[in-house]
Design a protein around this ligand. Structure first.
Ligand code: HEM
Length: 463
């Protein structure tokens, strides 16, 4: 059990936080290869505030206490910016979209896109979301009963379809397979680059770089295809794409260039489908492992929906469904950690943080803090009963980050996740094929270390 915040604070002078005393170059490589085990191990040993000394003059800081997370992501967010190690590899796919953009350009784009994701606007996306989910269900219905599939890949097809229909009013199901395959390679490439001790230039014709460039063309074709199809329409639907294409920047009559459009669409397409697909994958896996919770959820779905698809309007009548989804985001947060860099010296929880050093907050670890989540590895949706959730300090649970760079798709993802689970669980059981050792692997996102193979078994629909 890690030291509590009060314990770590008592021992603080205003020096650096505790941590291994020796230089950890070899260990650093180990940490980059398996950050979950690395972070958990040292956190349990040293407590909520940690400093790793990688080599002379290079340290990095790790903070697990919600108070520290709040300071880094929210109260002193100006001092903690996304590091180049993160921005550059992500930028190879997303260009200068919202996730990787900075400064005034980021602010302007965020202001432009934010209204489309506000809770009130989401209500209007409910029908398109539901239609996309039902289309994917029809695809699964056509499969022989008990057909074996890779769970994450099926969930990705579903969420890719949802993003296409809701944000771009476009049927992307035909391009899902090549897009997702190309993205798979791109994500591997980006994860490998993020974990390299030194960045190898993008333009060097290494085999990995050449393959990556080919895959990026496949991704680009899909995104430029969305823009071209839209330009040909005489009557454009009023969706996010329409808003992006017609809006102009503050104090100017200038709109987004095609390249800027491409970057924003790519960013939303990638960050919007992969994270939700992962949250669904982990939720279905956890329900399979916890049949009692699955039975409670099925009862709730049967009594409220009686076999019909969930809608945006009836989500509030499915409280257990939301608790299950939150508990899954706690145990397997699709974004498992957020890297930052200190712009100036600072003090966190009584410890000195030096300018220029990397600082990490990690959902995967904080969500397992026994002070806030007793018996942390246990899947227990009741932690998210309203009265229990109300007792959690801010940033004890932060799957969507926080502060100015918090996830723009937070409400969208919560609605989509709950609608998908409620609708598909009534129709199918996702049975894990025996003999699998399911483990998470931290790359850009928290994916399963190897494919989770499941049998899609049809349930008889009770109406
Ligand atoms: C369960 C699903 C999701 C999770 C767990 C998640 C998590 C996060 C987190 C933690 C961040 C902050 C990253 C950082 O500060 O370093 C983020 C940012 C972002 N997310 Fe999500 N996200 C999800 C779904 C979505 C969806 C559905 C969309 C869009 C359709 C989306 C679009 C974005 C964008 C554009 C950013 C960058 C925002 C900015 O910097 O202004 N995400 N997300």
């Amino acid at each position: 059990m890690p030291l509590s915040a009060s314990q770590t604070q008592k021992s603080a002078a205003s020096g650096p936080p505790p941590g291994p005393q020796h230089y950890l170059f070899g260990k650093t490589i180990e940490g980059l290869r398996d950050p979950l085990t690395f972070n958990m191990t040292y956190w349990k040993k040293y407590g909520d505030c940690l400093r790793f000394k990688a080599m002379p003059g290079v340290s990095w800081y790790f903070f697990a206490h919600p108070g520290a997370v709040e300071q880094i992501l929210q109260t002193n967010q100006k001092n903690y910016q996304k590091p180049i190690r993160f921005l550059q590899p992500f930028g190879y796919v997303g260009g200068r979209g919202l996730l990787t953009n900075e400064g005034e350009a980021w602010r302007q784009h965020r202001r432009l896109i934010q209204p489309s994701f506000q809770r009130e606007r989401l209500a209007s996306l409910g029908d398109a979301m539901s239609a996309a989910i039902c289309e994917q269900i029809e695809e699964w219905e056509k499969l022989p009963n008990g057909h074996v599939v890779d769970l994450f890949s099926e969930m990705s097809k579903l969420t890719f379809r949802v993003i296409g229909r809701t944000l771009f009013s476009d049927d992307l199901s035909g391009t899902a397979v090549p897009f997702l395959a190309a993205l798979e390679h791109a994500v591997e490439h980006i994860s490998a680059r993020m974990n390299m001790p030194m960045l190898i230039p993008d333009w060097l014709p290494t085999p990995a770089n050449i393959k990556f460039h080919d895959q990026r063309h496949v991704l680009d074709d899909v995104v430029y295809g969305i823009i071209e199809r839209r330009k040909k329409l005489e009557q454009a639907p009023q969706d996010l794409l329409d808003m992006l294409m017609k809006s102009t920047f503050e104090g100017s009559s200038e709109g987004m260039s095609t390249r800027q459009l491409r970057d924003e669409i790519m960013t939303l397409l990638v960050s919007g489908h992969e994270t939700v697909a992962l949250s669904l994958t982990w939720t279905l896996f956890l329900l399979h492992r916890n049949p009692d919770a699955e039975a409670v959820l099925l009862d709730e779905l049967q009594s409220v929906l009686g076999g019909s698809a969930a809608s945006m309007e009836n989500l509030h009548r499915l409280p257990y469904n939301k608790m299950v989804f939150n508990e899954s985001l706690r145990l397997y947060p699709p974004i498992w950690g957020q890297p930052r860099e200190a712009m100036e010296d600072d003090e966190i929880q009584g410890y000195r943080v030096e300018k220029g050093m990397p600082v990490t907050v990690c959902q995967y670890v904080t969500h397992r803090h026994p002070e806030f989540f007793p018996d942390p590895e246990k899947f227990d949706p009741e932690r998210f009963l309203p009265e229990n959730e109300a007792k959690l300090p801010k940033f004890a649970f932060f799957p969507f980050g926080g502060g100015g760079r918090a996830c723009i798709g937070n409400h969208f993802a919560m609605a989509e996740g709950q609608m998908c689970i409620a609708t598909i669980l009534q129709r199918f059981k996702f049975e894990l094929v025996d003999g699998q050792n399911v483990q998470p692997k931290a790359g850009c996102t928290l994916r399963p270390a190897s494919p989770i193979t499941v049998r899609i078994v049809k349930r008889s629909v009770k109406r």
